[in-house]
Design a protein. Structure first.
Ligand SMILES: Nc1ncnc2c1ncn2[C@@H]1O[C@H](COP(=O)(O)OP(=O)(O)O)[C@@H](O)[C@H]1O
Ligand SMILES: [Mg+2]
Lengths: 510, 269
């Protein structure tokens, strides 16, 4: 077989790039554009770490931290499942690779470089930017911080390399193969980690005497990696979250992002238009794995976390997939919002429902009305039913916080999503779904049913409903700031029209 | 009207003896084609004759069992469709294959991608050259849309376009790849008579402005006979005739092939 010389193609004049050279931006502004996101990231991190977190009740900073990690995970998975339309089911495995790589480097690296018995104590070795521990005297930047950052990066790179090795063979094949291969990869990662020795070395002298390849076997195996220093702080998490968001968004609106999306839209057409689909699928996969690895490193060093591969198995991947699907396949802001909601919900489930907040009901009602009016043909009967139900509830018990009122509002929300789910603008749909859920739950709680016991069932049910009623997710491929637009009604093209066979029969003859 | 002489110039697209079978079905047998630069060649034949399969072979969707394909003197054999697009071969699809959930503008911008040379890191940092590239792509895409009267719908999702607009958007998108040869698979299908007339003018102006050679599959004989310089007729995967429209129309085998297929508009119109 004769391969064409690539130079033969390169030599041809390229008018597009000639034009691009003439339209170049200025170098100074380019520097600003390059540095600005880093500054914003640092600002957000510093603000949360120093200004906001100390003001909040004890429990909240930790939830904000978890949100950040989940946003990184969901947004990175969006690049694969949302942008390129490939279905990866092993995102948590890349998280695990990053987590264990970072953990090993931080733990044993600290032991070797510090050489003191308290090498694994974040209280002793973290700088002011690290850890969630409050009221601590510390240097601005320490050796511990340095090790942590390098380890995070190494975790990301290790995950990216795994992503390349997994992605290259499987992404050549059709979509379903990737799902199976990533699923298998996740199990392999888990089994490899859990089949290591159960010990973690803690004696500095022993660690120093043990060579690195051997040290890597002491990751706690099935017991979990114990005694990791908890360097992770709101500063690191949210700085990196902002970086992830900026990278994802800039990619999406660039020519590369459009290449990703074209694969999802129609792989054959994308190839025909010159998009090297395999290359771009692998690239998206590697970038996603990198950020998942970073998130894993952050997760591993979070206070109160006992790093265990069992926690980063399929169920975790599934959680991330739900965030992406819910947010909208391809929507970065959608995935981020969904990550936030799904992180807060389980926590909120543990506390008493906000039944005493009439304003909350008013927000719901506003969303209802907006949804009902914004769709092309307002569903007057739905509005009437809701109004009648609310009036009846009020007549029975003149308060907004009665169980009957909740059932009315929640029931109306379900009806809206059932009958107009496809057409309600993303944000309003999301508001309805969330408030609907809280409404149902509040009412159930009052009736003595603990819905939190059925969390997974509800999750699954919500997902099934979502797939049926709004397969594009809440935002589809749009972002938050364009999602207010009403989804246009698409006349569904008939099979005959789309068929590959001749179209002669359909052509109107004059 | 000027027809090309029987001896064509140096071939841009040179196809020699390609064949493919699907199971026992010989979809295309020993197909030959010499398409000089800047010329318009028609490919006709009854339904299921193998015309679309020829396009799929040329663009690398299928690998031929035998035969070779050269574009501008360089062999395309074994290349992926994307590499063939980079080499200068663009196409449209009989069953429209736009990127449905993306805007009209993005559909065209995606096709500009293969002529870009920037790096992904540049896009993440929004470097000066990346910005220039994005601007150039936008300008180019807008120019093409303006030429195809689609500029005022640039922000609409492409799936919402009327049928005729979708077909024209496919041509605009194919041109955005910067092709030397353009393969059009039934571009007039589903268009109304008015749009068909406009399409003829459009195809002519595309050839003039972009200096592309066109291989055109079309059922509408009015369009084919009017604008094609030469025509190849397929039937059951075989080439049964090749020549100028006048020659082909007189060919007894062509007449027989079409009479054998009464559902075809060649006889219906
Ligand atoms: N991928 C395929 N697998 C099996 N048969 C195919 C395939 N593609 C095309 N064919 C068959 O090849 C023949 C030619 O099809 P096609 O090229 O689409 O015809 P047309 O001339 O109408 O465009 C048809 O009989 C079709 O069923
Ligand atoms: Mg066909």
């Amino acid at each position: 077989m004769t391969l064409p010389t690539p130079t033969a193609r390169r030599e041809a004049p390229n008018p597009l790039m000639e034009r691009a050279a003439a339209l170049r931006g200025s170098g100074g502004m380019a520097a600003v554009r390059g540095v600005a996101p880093v500054l914003v990231a640092l600002a957000v991190g510093l603000l949360l770490h120093f200004a906001i977190a100390p003001q909040l009740p004890e429990f909240y900073p930790r939830v904000i931290l978890d949100i950040g990690i989940n946003v990184i995970l969901a947004v990175s998975l969006t690049m694969v499942n949302g942008f390129t339309g490939q279905f990866s089911m092993g995102h948590a495995a890349f998280m695990a690779v990053g987590a264990y790589t970072a953990a090993t480097l931080v733990y044993y690296g600290s032991a070797r470089l510090m050489g003191t018995a308290d090498f694994a104590s974040a209280r002793a070795h973290a700088g002011v930017l690290s850890t969630m521990l409050q009221g601590r005297e510390a240097a601005f930047f320490t050796l511990g911080d340095g090790i942590f950052i390098v380890a995070l990066l190494a975790g990301g790179i290790a995950a990216a390399v795994c992503g390349y090795l997994v992605g290259l063979p499987s992404l050549r094949l059709r979509g379903d193969y990737l799902a199976i291969v990533t699923l298998g990869f996740g199990e392999i990662v888990r089994v490899i980690i859990q089949s290591q020795t159960t010990d973690t070395l803690y004696d500095v002298e022993v660690i120093k005497a043990t060579p690195w390849p051997k040290l890597m076997r002491y990751m706690g195996g099935p017991v979990g990696f114990t005694g990791l220093p908890s360097y992770t702080s709101l500063f690191w998490v949210w700085s990196l979250t902002v970086v992830t968001l900026v990278v994802a968004f800039r990619l999406k609106v660039s020519t590369f992002g459009r290449a990703f999306l074209s694969i999802r839209e129609d792989e054959i057409a994308a190839e025909a238009m010159g998009v090297r689909t395999t290359t771009y699928k692998v690239r998206a996969f590697v970038i996603a794995a990198f950020f998942a690895g970073i998130a894993g490193g952050l997760y591993a060093h979070t206070i109160g976390i006992q790093l265990n591969a069992g926690e980063l198995a399929f169920m975790k991947s599934f959680d991330i997939i739900i965030m992406v699907v819910l947010g909208g396949m391809g929507s970065i802001s959608g995935a981020a919002i969904a990550a936030g909601i799904l992180t807060v919900l389980p926590e909120a489930l543990r506390r008493p429902p906000p039944v005493d907040l009439p304003w909350f009901l008013l927000v719901m009602a506003a969303a209802w009305v907006a949804a009902l009016l914004l769709i092309r043909r307002p569903k007057w009967w739905l509005i009437a039913v809701t109004a009648l139900g609310a009036a009846y509830a009020w007549w029975q018990q003149p308060t907004l916080a009665s169980p009957l009122m909740f059932w009315t509002v929640a029931g109306s929300g379900v009806l809206i999503l059932l009958f107009a789910g496809r057409r309600v603008p993303g944000l309003i749909g999301l508001a309805i779904a969330v408030t609907c859920y809280i409404g149902v739950r509040s009412a159930a709680e009052r009736a003595g049913i603990k819905l939190s016991d059925y969390r997974m069932v509800l999750y699954a049910l919500a997902l099934i409903l979502m797939m049926i009623l709004r397969p594009q997710g809440f935002f589809g491929v749009r972002e938050l700031w364009t999602a207010w637009r009403v989804q246009p009604l698409h006349p569904r093209r008939s099979r005959a029209e789309g068929g590959e066979s001749g179209t002669a029969g359909r052509v109107p003859t004059a | 009207m000027t027809r090309i002489p029987s001896q064509p110039g140096p071939a841009l697209l040179d196809v020699r003896g390609i064949s493919i079978s699907f199971g026992g079905l010989r979809a295309v047998q020993d197909f030959n084609l010499t398409l000089p630069g800047g010329r318009l060649h028609g490919l006709i034949g009854p339904n299921g004759a193998g015309k679309t399969t020829v396009f799929n072979l040329l663009t690398g969707v299928y690998a031929p069992d035998t035969g070779t394909i050269d574009l501008g003197g360089a062999p395309l054999d074994g290349l992926k469709p994307s590499a063939r697009a980079a080499a200068g071969l663009a196409r449209t699809f009989q069953n429209i294959r736009l990127f449905p959930d993306l805007s009209v503008l993005d559909n065209v911008r995606i096709a500009c991608h293969l002529r870009t040379t920037g790096s992904m890191a540049g896009a993440m940092l929004r470097s000066a050259s990346n910005l220039g590239q994005e601007r150039a792509i936008l300008e180019r895409a807008r120019e093409l849309l303006a030429m195809f009267d689609l500029l005022d719908r640039q922000h609409e999702d492409s799936r919402g376009l009327p049928y005729g607009d979708q077909r024209r958007l496919e041509i605009a998108r194919a041109l955005a790849t910067g092709p030397k040869a353009l393969l059009l698979d039934e571009p007039a299908a589903g268009m109304n008579p008015q749009e068909k007339v406009e399409l003829r003018g459009l195809i002519r102006s595309v050839m003039e402005r972009f200096h592309v050679a066109i291989l055109l599959i079309e059922h509408d004989m009015g369009v084919v006979m009017d604008i094609c310089e030469r025509i190849t007729v397929l039937d059951y995967g075989r080439t049964i005739a090749e020549g100028t429209p006048a020659e082909v129309q007189r060919d007894p085998r062509v007449i027989a092939a079409y009479l054998g297929d009464p559902a075809d508009p060649a006889t219906g119109e």
